[in-house]
Design a protein around this ligand. Structure first.
Ligand SMILES: CC(C)(COP(=O)(O)OP(=O)(O)OC[C@H]1O[C@@H](n2cnc3c(N)ncnc32)[C@H](O)[C@@H]1OP(=O)(O)O)[C@@H](O)C(=O)NCCC(=O)NCCS
Length: 397
């Protein structure tokens, strides 16, 4: 098989559902903007060389329905000849799109593809506008439809992840994110037009930072929050991922295309895998997917310099890190020199725009790998319905 190279990976800021900067911005507009931004980062990039664009979306309906990939690519000025598909594997949709688009390159079916993700949780709520579980199957297997928050409670209870540990992990997520913002480390973010409607009709402003980061977070403050999903539970608004709007995109090329268009690659897409697990503890997904992908690559946990493990909830992120042998605080504390998990903060601070997250985390991971000269980076997440996904990227010299 040939190699697939990512040559550009960018994202919009992540902004809070309903009250954040993108609450009134259409998802097609966000996605069109980021598809253009990915192209603008490659000198002399001609949009007509793109074969196909795959876009992850976890709730592809209403404003982000039909086939948003195709609609947004046309809005972004890609020519009619560029095809587009929307991909759904819930929270790994944006990584699934990278894997599928890379496979097109690896197999020789395409020379230049794009991948990405979009989710406007302001426009389409988690689970969709009108969820309709199968009436008989819902009685046999209700866990397939259970709230994600309850699955996080199950992980916390079954694997004894204390409220204190969840809150501590969440505090560090905010501290890492605040520090990264202060030091301008989010180089993968592209300033993005956002719409607002006040008095005179539509006005547009530029948003260039993730608006969910709370630099004033304290462990004591987090400890006072009430459980969000179960009266006697430990999962709160402070130790859950934020519901968020955002988009991300990347460009993938074959080795031949790199030469032909004289483009420098950022990383190789080495391996990608998915696993299934019990639906009512879907948060354990990374604990299964990461060892599986490492085995495929013949690599050890110690070989991996950076991890982006999606913080759907602190309980499952901590448990997953523990299971793969990097649960110790030194691997995720903001003030630790040995930190390698979510070094710029995770979804608890930065938000989790479901179908966008896989591409968003890839953009962040690649920017950090490049900045720090890290050879191997792993991205992983849990997935609703009971799954996990993981990918390995290798830095190009
Ligand atoms: C948990 C959840 C319901 C909370 O939603 P919300 O009430 O809109 O959350 P908010 O971020 O507005 O936080 C609510 C309140 O908690 C408190 N809070 C949140 N984070 C805090 C922090 N770091 N420190 C102190 N207080 C905090 C604040 O009082 C906040 O209210 P404010 O913004 O008015 O100050 C929502 O974030 C959620 O569903 N998350 C999980 C999403 C999910 O399941 N994704 C899929 C995973 S597979």
């Amino acid at each position: 098989m040939r190699d697939a190279y990512i040559v550009s990976a960018v994202r919009t800021p992540g902004c809070k559902k309903g009250k954040g900067a993108f609450a009134k911005t259409r998802p097609e507009t966000l996605l069109a903007h980021i598809l253009n931004a990915a192209a603008e980062r490659v000198k002399g990039f001609d949009k007509k060389i793109v074969d196909d664009i795959m876009i992850g979306c976890a709730t592809p309906e209403a404003e982000q329905g039909l086939n948003i990939a195709r609609i947004a690519l046309l809005m972004a000025g890609y020519p009619d000849s560029v095809s587009g598909a929307t991909v759904n594997r819930f929270c790994s949709s944006g990584l699934e799109s990278i894997a599928l688009s890379s496979l097109r390159i690896m197999s020789g079916w395409s020379e230049v593809t794009m991948a990405g993700g979009i989710e406007s949780m302001s426009c389409v709520p988690m689970g969709g506008n009108f969820p309709r579980p199968h009436p008989e199957w819902a009685k046999v297997s209700p866990e397939v439809y259970v709230s994600m928050g309850i699955t996080a409670e199950n992980v916390a209870k079954r694997y004894k992840i204390s409220r204190e540990l969840q809150d501590e992990f969440s505090y560090h997520s905010h501290m890492k994110a605040a520090e990264a913002q202060k030091n301008k480390l989010f180089t993968e973010i592209v300033a993005t037009p956002a719409d607002k409607f006040e008095g005179k009709g539509k006005e547009t402003f530029l948003q260039d930072f993730d608006d969910g980061v709370r630099s004033d977070t304290t462990v004591e403050g987090l400890g006072k929050l009430k459980p969000a999903f179960a009266a006697t539970g430990s999962v709160t608004a402070g130790n859950s991922s934020q519901t968020t709007d955002g988009a991300a995109a990347c460009i993938i090329m074959s080795g031949d295309a790199l030469k032909k268009y004289d483009v420098k690659p950022l990383v190789k897409v080495k391996y990608y895998t998915t696993v299934g697990c019990k639906a009512d503890e879907m948060g354990v997904g990374p604990a299964l997917a990461i060892p599986k992908v490492l085995k495929m690559a013949g690599l050890m946990v110690e070989d991996i310099g950076l991890f982006e493990i999606n913080e759907a909830f602190a309980s499952q992120a901590v448990y997953s890190a523990q299971q793969i042998g990097i649960g110790d605080k030194k691997f995720w504390a903001y003030d630790s020199k040995e930190k390698k998990i979510n070094i710029n903060g995770g979804a608890i601070a930065l938000g989790h725009p479901l179908g966008c997250t896989g591409s968003k985390l890839a953009a962040t991971l690649i920017a950090n790998m490049k900045r720090l000269g890290v050879k191997y980076g792993v991205e992983s997440m849990c997935i609703g319905g009971g799954m996990g996904a993981a990918a390995i990227f290798e830095l190009c010299e």
